[in-house]
Write a protein that binds this ligand. Structure first.
Ligand SMILES: [Ca+2]
Length: 203
């Protein structure tokens, strides 16, 4: 797992020191003063065997339209993810036509370990969804883009991949906020209900 984690990290287009810092011990990681105002926790993926406690991302369900999101060719559409894990009254999701992308609002970030997860659905016979994490410093400047994975998902609503588990070390290189960037490639997708577990290490 550690080797795999480090291998992934080396794919980050970021300052050279990031790879170094992420692959060395960090006894003081829990002392980092990152954003911990994360809101109430729930277990939205428990029915899928993921019992982590997550907090809901700001406008993570697109119920406030595109507020806080940066969209390129994507748009908010009627139709919630079919499990309604956030609220039975939710009605909207994000449509990502082929070639479009959506950048989420800034998400809560933990001091020990952080995991992101969301719901997705593929609306075409083929295609993949590129999942990236945008890393910003305290000034809001982008200091790196973590090219995490691409996934085809299924043609029914289902949880997407577990996006990352950074063991808090990003804080050591000055990352103070994270955002999900989702890009449709060769097909169209819908996504909904962005969640973050900033306390993943306790699970
Ligand atoms: Ca929604």
């Amino acid at each position: 797992m550690a080797a795999d984690f480090c291998a992934r990290i080396w794919r980050v287009a970021i300052l050279g020191m990031l790879g170094f810092a992420l692959c060395v011990p960090a006894a003081n990681a829990s002392l980092l003063g990152l954003n911990n105002d994360c809101g109430a926790a729930s277990q939205p993926f428990a029915q899928f065997g993921d019992y982590r406690s997550y907090t809901f991302g700001a406008n993570g369900g697109l119920e406030a339209g595109a507020t806080g999101w940066s969209l390129s060719g994507a748009r908010v559409v009627s139709g919630n993810e079919s499990y309604y894990v956030h609220s039975s009254s939710d009605r909207f999701s994000l449509s990502l036509p082929d070639g479009s992308s959506g950048l989420s609002p800034q998400m809560c970030m933990g001091t020990t370990s952080t995991v992101l997860r969301f719901f997705m659905k593929r609306n075409t016979a083929s295609g993949s969804l590129r999942v990236q994490v945008v890393l910003r410093n305290v000034l809001g400047s982008v200091i790196g883009v973590l090219d995490w994975t691409t996934t085809s998902g299924s043609t029914s609503w289902a949880p997407g991949p577990t996006v990352l588990n950074l063991d808090s070390l990003l804080g050591l290189v000055g990352v103070s906020s994270i955002q999900l960037k989702l890009t449709a490639q060769g097909g169209s997708f819908q996504v909904d209900d962005m969640y973050v577990d900033p306390w993943a290490s306790r699970n």
